[in-house]
Design a protein around this ligand. Structure first.
Ligand SMILES: [Zn+2]
Length: 398
């Protein structure tokens, strides 16, 4: 795969796969990519260890899931069944379901339980070939409980070979047990939680949900500004059911605007002209049974499009990136190159990670191997083809 543009539509001709090549890795990084004979000579000079890949294999960069909520306790299959039986969001919440149900169960879980659950889910993603996983908090919704979740993500990161990129989503929904206004709550988070996250080096990203059921732009603006002052990058849950979030994300110079199922041409144009990555979350569309993010229109307008699972217990319970990207591809008419870019280097850009997402000398040796002689089979099989080898920072994952 040669250098591909960061933004806009991509045709498969741009992929230009190389055959009979080898990859030399050292200290977790790619040192050289060259015809196999050349690599063999180099490798024997430095007495390198070999990872033999069978003939008829395709190597791609380790996949990157740029949006997950995998640090939670409890389960929400009841919500899913009720929703599919036609019960409304508000009725489900009134019956004790919804995000607040997960908040209650996550608050009741110990730090150790959350570490274990997060590690298990991260390892499931790693087995799919996802070597970098963004993980949001957001089921604590108080200074203390959000801190517990951020510490759990940090600890899980030391216990899995995948890289976990933590994001503080204390601005997920307004906690109904908070004594004060939404502004008071966010002010308290900004004053009492964000500085601790800095001191303990638990994360350098904040996320916020801009939606009628969550927070509005005027409440979020001072919070995101304060987070930026403290040195946090931001991303926004935007345009999921109504518009407004994407223009706010662009105004805040957020790294990404995620969801966008409700985005129209104005939002698409705005995103395309900005450096804010549009993140499609097909798992949420499949989970809720609603329309997909207008991925084709975003790419044609010139936006940078990443694709992520949004794995969470409520709206997106599947947690399978290749399946979801493949389905988005067939509904939105996306090329293999666009899908591949969306789960590799464009996802890395959404996370502001410049050291991965592409097979190139100097970058992290994160790569996966599929047992096929035709790379198009990866999306054609819609998630059924599993990687035969997963290599994280130069190490073969068992
Ligand atoms: Zn989400």
């Amino acid at each position: 795969m040669d250098e591909l543009p960061l933004k806009g539509a991509l045709s498969d001709e741009l992929l230009n796969p190389k055959s009979q090549y080898g990859i030399l890795m050292q200290d977790g990084k790619i040192v050289k990519i060259a015809p196999f004979k050349e690599i063999e000579t180099f490798a024997s000079e430095i007495d390198a260890k070999r990872i033999d890949i069978p003939k008829n294999s395709v190597v791609i960069p380790g996949m990157i899931d740029a949006h997950t909520h995998i640090c939670w306790a409890g389960s929400r299959e009841r919500d899913y069944a009720l929703r599919n039986a036609g019960v409304s969001y508000l009725e489900i919440a009134a019956q004790g379901g919804g995000i607040w149900d997960t908040v209650t169960q996550t608050r009741a879980a110990s730090l150790q339980t959350l570490v274990e659950l997060t590690k298990q889910r991260a390892n499931q993603l790693l087995q799919q070939g996802i070597t970098t996983i963004e993980v949001k908090s957001g089921y604590g919704l108080s200074v203390e409980e959000e801190l517990k979740i951020m510490r759990a993500i940090d600890s899980a990161n030391t216990q899995t070979q995948a890289d976990l990129i933590a994001t503080c989503l204390a601005a997920h929904i307004f906690p109904k047990d908070y004594d004060g206004s939404p502004s008071d709550y966010l002010d308290e988070i900004a004053q009492k939680l964000l500085p601790v996250l800095k001191v303990e080096d638990l994360c350098h990203r904040v996320d916020a949900f801009l939606e009628q059921e969550a927070f509005n732009a005027s409440t979020l603006k001072p919070y995101i500004e304060k987070a930026k002052e403290l040195g946090f990058d931001s991303c926004i849950h935007a345009d999921q059911f109504s518009v407004g979030g994407s223009s706010f994300a662009v105004e805040m110079e957020s790294l990404s605007a995620d969801h966008l199922e409700a985005s129209g041409h104005l939002e698409i144009d705005l995103l395309a002209k900005s450096d804010t990555v549009a993140v499609a979350l097909p798992g949420a569309s499949i989970g809720l049974g609603v329309q997909f993010t207008p991925a084709r229109k975003l790419l044609d307008a010139g936006a940078c499009l990443a694709i992520a699972t949004d794995w969470n217990p409520g709206s997106a319970p599947m947690g399978h990136l290749l399946t979801q990207a493949s389905i988005l591809g067939s509904y939105e008419k996306l090329s293999n190159a666009e899908l591949l870019a969306g789960i590799t280097f464009r996802a890395a850009f959404a996370l502001n990670l410049k050291d991965r997402g592409i097979l190139r000398a100097g970058l992290k040796a994160d790569m996966i191997v599929f047992p096929t002689d035709d790379y198009r089979r990866i999306f054609y099989t819609q998630g059924r083809l599993n990687p035969s080898h997963i290599i994280k920072s130069g190490t073969l994952i068992p």
